[in-house]
Write a protein that binds this ligand. Structure first.
Ligand code: TRP
Length: 538
């Protein structure tokens, strides 16, 4: 199908026609005669009325950027072509295949892998949790990612509009709204932890993290309960994200990911080697890799499910938004598997970095969210006390790594809301980004204050950060993923799913049937069962 469109010299006009639901009527797109017919279609006229105001802008964009492409078109079609160009110009695209994988993997790899995964694993008994987690990633996560990719690339718009454009039932837009809401809340509390990382990077550079266990513990509790400092670091982090996001897709997000992801991987491997060489490190490796199934319980399943979705950035339309910038040639299923593998690999590496070191110095791995902030400085200090410079370098590297990982993820969360406000409120991208920055900063400040400075700020007995974390990871993300699977499995016309999966028939569609089975039955059923279990019904 896409080849036929080549007549437009690479213009991805197809997206518009799909966007307005007239794709099927338009198979002969390559021929101008039929193209003229298209203009008669009511939907397009309606579109023009609707977007009169934006069309004006189109003219200018078209004149400025696309003269060469315009020249290939017959003059009588120019008017219609402008609409095409307008929609295309309005959205960015990733520049390369590597950029796509790295940016999406950059979204997936973050504090979820390096901060959340180790403390969840430590808290839920080690290797047994890891096993359940792996099942969740590959059985539920991969089909979930492919589904979001399908919705996103086909819709080629912000999350809400993408969901709405694939069906007549506009209520499915709500899934997109849910995703945007979830990612905004996540960005709020995530930025608090990312802010701690920034502060720790600064502190380790200044050599302030050197001291015994009691000192490090006190350092963390004093810092995290300070009324101002953590709030400022969190807001600083959101601003940092903001400035990458406003630079757009190719210059901002893609370039940052291409630079940061490889650095992250190299740093991680160095620290894993250092950690595994410590005396007594084997116990930590055993803790992570030798399962004790007696530790499995219902809540382990729910936490593993939440962690898997959180770590893959699934269930908030984040991947859907990124997929809207994909190229028509992107192999969706393969990219999904690559991302899941890379994400899991990094989570396991993070486990191999933390547990051997923690066991080596006799620290218990179930300290909760503060694990990497309390135990690790201590580990670095004790483990490398013979050569203090190594300890210093490793700890600076570690916190730099955390900041990089967090940044590529916060960028993706920010992008969901920015794309939404930009396209739905017709606000310039910069202003749209500011709206999100302000909202998230408010959430971040509330979360941060409830961690100590205002202990009365609590919900259901949890501090706000913990509350937001549980609410989103255990309820909102699985709900989003559940609905997305139902949507793609049962609501979206089958030929669209197939066409996206196989890139319009150009790919063989290996595992297509298995994917359909997973997305229609296995994923919704499994997520539903975990929910029932949590509610005590099962
Ligand atoms: N997956 C990221 C991590 O592991 C966090 C993240 C980025 C995320 N975007 C998201 C989580 C969207 C949920 C939804 O750190």
């Amino acid at each position: 199908m896409r080849e036929k469109l080549g007549v437009f010299g690479g213009i991805r006009g197809i997206r518009i026609f799909r966007l307005f639901g007239i794709f099927r009527k338009f198979r002969g797109f390559g021929k101008f005669r039929k193209f003229r017919k298209l203009r008669k279609l009511r939907k397009l006229r309606k579109l023009r009325k609707l977007r009169k105001f934006r069309l004006f802008r189109v003219w200018t964009i078209a004149k400025a950027n696309h003269t060469s492409q315009l020249s290939v078109l017959n003059s009588q079609f120019v008017k219609s072509s402008i609409i095409i160009i307008f929609i295309m110009s309005d959205r960015g695209h990733f520049g390369s295949k590597l950029g796509i994988v790295l940016a999406t993997a950059g979204s997936a790899v973050g504090l979820g892998n390096i901060w959340r995964f180790p403390y969840m694993t430590g808290h839920n008994g080690g290797a047994a949790f890891l096993m359940v987690y792996l099942v969740c990633i590959f059985l539920l996560g991969v089909p979930g990612i492919i589904s979001e990719f399908i919705v996103g690339r086909h819709g080629a718009a912000n999350a809400a509009r993408s969901y709405g454009s694939l069906t007549k039932h506009k209520s499915w837009r709500l899934v997109g709204y849910l995703g945007i809401l979830t990612s905004t809340i996540i960005l709020g509390f995530y930025a608090v932890v990312a802010g701690w990382c920034l502060q720790y990077l600064f502190a380790s550079l200044m050599g302030q993290l050197q001291g015994d266990a009691a000192y490090v513990q006190q350092y963390f509790s004093e810092f995290s309960s300070h009324p101002l400092k953590p709030c400022l670091w969190a807001v600083a982090f959101i601003l940092l994200t903001h400035f990458v996001v406003v630079r757009g897709i190719r210059n901002g997000i893609e370039r940052a990911s291409k630079l940061l992801m490889p650095i992250l991987l190299i740093l991680l491997v160095i620290i894993v080697i250092a950690s595994c060489l410590l005396p007594g490190a084997v116990k930590g490796v055993e803790f992570l890799l030798m399962p004790d199934f007696s530790k499995l319980s219902g809540s382990v399943f729910l936490e593993a499910l939440g962690q898997a979705f959180f770590s893959l950035s699934l269930g908030t339309a984040c991947l859907c938004t990124y997929a809207s910038y994909f190229n028509p040639q992107t192999h969706l299923a393969r990219s999904a598997v690559e991302i899941a593998l890379l994400d899991t690999f990094i989570a396991v590496l993070a486990g191999l970095m933390i547990f051997p070191a923690a066991f080596s110095v006799g620290v218990t791995p179930d300290a909760g969210p503060s694990l990497i902030f309390i135990t690790l400085p201590n580990v670095f200090h004790q483990a490398f006390s013979a050569v203090p410079v190594v300890g210093y370098v490793i700890s600076v590297m570690f916190y730099a790594l955390l900041v990089f990982a967090a940044l590529t993820s916060t960028i993706s969360m920010h992008e969901i809301g920015t794309a939404f406000f930009h396209e739905e409120l017709h606000a310039p991208r910069k202003r749209a980004a500011w709206v999100l920055t302000v909202v998230c900063s408010v959430i971040a400040v509330i979360c941060s204050l409830s961690m100590g400075a205002c202990p009365s700020l609590r919900l259901l007995g949890l501090d706000i950060l913990d509350f937001c974390d549980k609410l989103t990871a255990q309820y909102m993300l699985p709900t989003g993923a559940f609905l997305t699977c139902l949507f793609v499995g049962w609501v979206v016309p089958r030929h669209i799913v197939r066409q996206e999966y196989t890139n319009g028939g150009t790919l063989s569609g290996t595992f297509y049937r298995a994917y359909l089975l997973a997305v229609r039955y296995v994923c919704p059923f499994a997520i539903f069962m975990v929910f029932l279990h949590q509610l005590g019904i099962l």
